[in-house]
Write a protein that binds this ligand. Structure first.
Ligand SMILES: [Zn+2]
Ligand SMILES: [Zn+2]
Length: 438
């Protein structure tokens, strides 16, 4: 009767209490920078109508073709969604953000909006370093602005978050992939050049030749990379407006003091990008080294039924970024130890309810406090107090308790002093601030 134990699913991960340090530092840095740059927080549901991604992300993209977790909603319409609708665990954050923007009529209230979000995304891909099936993204969408300065702002913002999180070895790669006016002629030239060497391309790229030829440039297959390396570059075929836009973006990034590399074959795997695309890479990740990707997407809002609304945004892969932070040892010095303020030690089992009362009132006073819930002896409780890293312990029992007092022990010096129970919190706060440990 041996059954396989129930384990976490492939491509999913637990985050245990001692594994939060980098995560917290990254999210704190992001929040700080979003506030400095004027972005408002948005949260959208994990579940969405599958059509949002088929239309928004693009039917021919790898995400929609192969990686979506889609379930059929009940056919009788009982769930209130009309029935027969496919529901998807969101694979990315941009189409939901635009849906929410339109649904809340933000386009009718001033139009321009800077939003950020953070949360889990889901893609059925082969799990590998920094790439999970349930993964997390932190992203921004700057909606309603055409200015190249806005493209630059998002790039500088991403760089600022990484810098604030302690990363020093990120590389920013940028490109322009043109607009619906100049891209068709590039697409044509690219296709022509690739067709001459079609035998060297992988099976997937054969299909991409007809359906979405730009994505051949994105293929990780070594043979395809070599062919792509010799292919024409879009930079030479941009229309005047795209060319000017690109130049202004670069000048503004230069002005912001962020260095970057122009990568003429950078296209990003999504259909909605126009003009500026960028990636931030980190060598800790190995071959798939992108930790943040973004760009301009002027056509997405109309594709989702809204008015013409130019946008630009990025999404950071949290797990991939954490690997980079680990590699660079970006621990947060400000965070300090995990030790609590007070451990209450009970010397008399009948006094446990009194101890619990004391713990509760310490917590109400803003101190982190804990006690034993496993019936340990007082000497074992003292060991637990040590192990907990507590700055103080409060020893409750015996004759002091008769006087409604307890012994307050400084765990560093070992010094002990009697304090009235109702004054314990005040005394601990006083000593904490005296030692500068507030
Ligand atoms: Zn153009
Ligand atoms: Zn290929």
């Amino acid at each position: 009767m041996s059954e396989n134990p129930i384990r976490s699913l492939s491509g999913t991960e637990d985050r245990l209490p001692w594994q939060w340090e980098f995560w917290r530092r990254l999210h704190a840095a992001a929040r700080r920078q979003f506030a400095l740059h004027g972005y408002g927080e948005l949260a959208t549901p994990v579940l969405e109508d599958a059509r949002l991604f088929i239309k928004g992300t693009g039917e021919d993209t790898e995400i929609v073709e192969k990686q979506m977790y889609t379930l059929n909603s009940s056919a009788d319409g009982e769930d209130g969604n009309g029935g027969n609708e496919a529901i998807t665990l969101r694979p990315e954050g941009t189409p939901p953000a635009i849906r929410a923007y339109l649904e809340a009529n933000m386009h009718k209230r001033g139009k321009f909006r800077k939003l950020w979000y953070a949360g889990p995304m889901f893609r059925r891909e082969r799990p590998q370093k920094g790439r999970l099936r349930q993964f997390h993204q932190i992203g921004v969408e700057a909606i309603g602005g055409e200015s190249p300065l806005l493209d630059a702002e998002t790039i500088l913002l991403a760089a600022a978050i990484y810098r604030d999180a302690g990363l020093t070895q990120c590389q920013t790669h940028i490109n322009s992939i043109g607009c619906p006016r100049c891209r068709p002629s590039y697409r044509h030239a690219l296709k022509e050049s690739l067709e001459n060497r079609v035998r060297e391309l992988c099976h997937d790229c054969h299909r991409r030749l007809d359906r979405n030829v730009l994505r051949v440039l994105d293929c990780k297959n070594p043979g395809c990379r070599q062919v792509a390396g010799d292919a024409p570059v879009i930079k030479d075929m941009l229309c005047g407006e795209c060319d000017r836009h690109y130049a202004l973006v670069k000048a503004a990034i230069d002005g912001g003091g962020v260095s970057y590399r122009e990568e003429p074959h950078l296209v990003r795997g999504l259909d909605y990008y126009t003009r500026t695309v960028y990636e931030i890479k980190h060598s800790a990740l190995g071959a798939r080294d992108t930790i943040c990707g973004g760009g301009r997407y002027d056509g997405l809002v109309t594709q989702l039924g809204g008015p013409h609304t130019p946008c630009v945004g990025f999404a950071m892969g949290v797990e991939a970024t954490l690997i980079a932070m680990e590699e660079e040892s970006c621990a947060d010095e400000a965070e300090g130890g995990d030790g609590i303020d007070v451990y209450v030690v009970c010397f008399d089992d009948s006094a446990r309810p009194r101890c619990f009362e004391q713990v509760t009132s310490l917590r109400k006073a803003g101190l982190s406090a804990d006690m034993d819930y496993e019936g340990r002896s007082s000497s074992k409780q003292l060991k637990m107090a040590n192990k907990s890293g507590a700055a103080f312990s409060l020893l409750v029992g015996g004759s002091e308790l008769q006087r409604n007092a307890a012994a307050l022990k400084d765990m560093h010096s070992g010094k002990q002093q009697e304090v009235p129970l109702e004054k314990a919190a005040g005394e601990i706060r006083k000593r904490k601030s005296a030692s500068g440990n507030t």
